[in-house]
Ligand binder design. Structure first.
Ligand code: SAH
Ligand code: SF4
Length: 359
């Protein structure tokens, strides 16, 4: 019988080399790490005992020393439009959400990277939770594995756009993307993996220099410094001109890439034609696409603009040299749309794990 407080570490989210290193004392040949890695990630194994090409004695030993899944499903809600929202409890009792969006032939999973978020954007429900902790790579990868299992669908697209700021948990997020995109991992196409940042400028340079094959989205939400500071406090530390310089550097490093700029439309704050003209000016030099997101009500005192106002904004962008899209809201009836992810803090009753080191 396993102890009530299960302290076995999980092997999910570890590379074949890291897994091999954990087996050091087991006297195993060097290919075992890769075999176990594939069972865990490609074949979505739930138990070591099903790893039929490993010796039975090793499977038993693995079972004694390690575990696989650590996210406990608290609830699963399905929207009228097919969007699904999962609420998970982590081993330390904290909770987070992920959202699955079927849009045939695509099935997108919106992953969380942190519990809560420290950046406190005024319009975002997650920001209101404050920050609890970073997720481990395994906890990110597991959101995909479990969603795949629960929904019975193969996930084709990943967006790091759930709770938290991916670039404040940088190395773990990059390792998760690598495993998700690895043909021996979850085998999602690299170009269908997108990481979104609210604008942690030094990390944009690092991401550009490392030349990752995944997409980049930037949550812009304002066409000038004054509006951006009003709705995104991080703009004081990372001003708009520095953010745009970082974005230009990124597209300079990736000759065939476009950045997706996200822009949530907030009535009376950033949705006037003058704002559209300012946007046109700052975005035109950059190879990009602009994704307008009508505000999803998160009970924070903002309003979505009327259709007439959205159309007026679009009209002011008619001459834009970049593509402009308006995001369709998905999963509104289950509060699964962008910026609506919010969970009450769980009871921290099972503190059995080693805390993660800071990023
Ligand atoms: N922290 C990262 C990843 C979250 S992505 C980032 O901010 O980029 C979630 C996207 O939804 C971001 O563009 C975010 O700004 C946007 N968003 C937040 N609250 C929203 C709301 N209430 N309505 C519409 N979009 C919102
Ligand atoms: Fe954090 Fe992104 Fe929400 Fe801002 S929009 S509070 S960065 S999750």
């Amino acid at each position: 019988m396993k102890p009530i407080c299960d302290t076995r570490p999980s092997l999910l989210g570890q590379t074949p080399e890291q897994i091999q290193a954990q087996l050091a004392s087991f006297g195993q040949p060097p290919y075992r790490g890769r075999q176990i890695y594939k069972w865990l990630h490609l074949k979505n194994a739930d138990s070591f005992l099903e790893m039929s090409d490993l010796p039975l004695s090793l499977r038993r030993k693995l079972e004694d020393h390690f575990r696989i899944k650590t996210l406990h499903l608290v609830s699963r809600e399905v929207s009228r439009d097919g969007t699904e929202k999962y609420l998970w409890e982590l081993v330390d009792g904290l909770r987070l959400e992920s959202v699955l969006i079927p849009d045939p032939p695509r099935v997108t999973l919106c992953l969380s990277t942190q519990v809560g978020c420290a950046l406190n954007c005024r319009f975002c429900a997650t920001g209101r939770m404050g920050f609890s902790r970073n997720l481990s790579t395994g906890e990110m990868v597991e959101q995909v594995l479990q969603a795949q299992r629960l929904s019975g669908r193969r996930i084709t697209n990943i967006v790091f756009m759930g709770m938290g700021e991916p670039f404040l948990n940088y190395s773990r997020v990059i390792q998760a993307a690598k495993i998700l995109g690895d043909p021996e991992g979850l085998a999602v196409a690299n170009k269908r993996i997108t990481i979104s940042t609210s604008g942690i400028v030094p990390k944009i340079y690092q991401y550009a220099d490392e030349r990752h094959p995944y997409g980049l989205a930037i949550s812009l939400h304002a066409p000038n410094q004054e509006v951006r500071e009003r709705i995104m406090p991080l703009a004081e530390k990372f001003p708009l001109d520095q953010l745009m310089a970082g974005a230009a550097y990124y597209v300079g490093q990736h000759k065939r890439r476009r950045i997706t700029f996200e822009y949530v439309l907030l009535e009376g704050i950033n949705d006037e034609p003058v704002h559209a003209h300012q946007l046109l000016r700052i975005l035109s030099p950059i190879r990009c696409k602009l994704n307008l997101i009508p505000y999803n009500d998160a009970g924070l005192g903002f309003r979505a603009p009327s259709e007439t106002r959205v159309q007026r904004f679009l009209d002011a962008l008619l001459q834009a040299p970049f593509t402009v899209t308006v995001r369709r809201n998905r999963g509104n009836d289950i509060s699964a749309a962008c910026g609506q992810l919010y969970v009450k803090m769980g009871k921290r009753q099972r503190l059995c794990l080693q805390p993660l080191s800071p990023e």
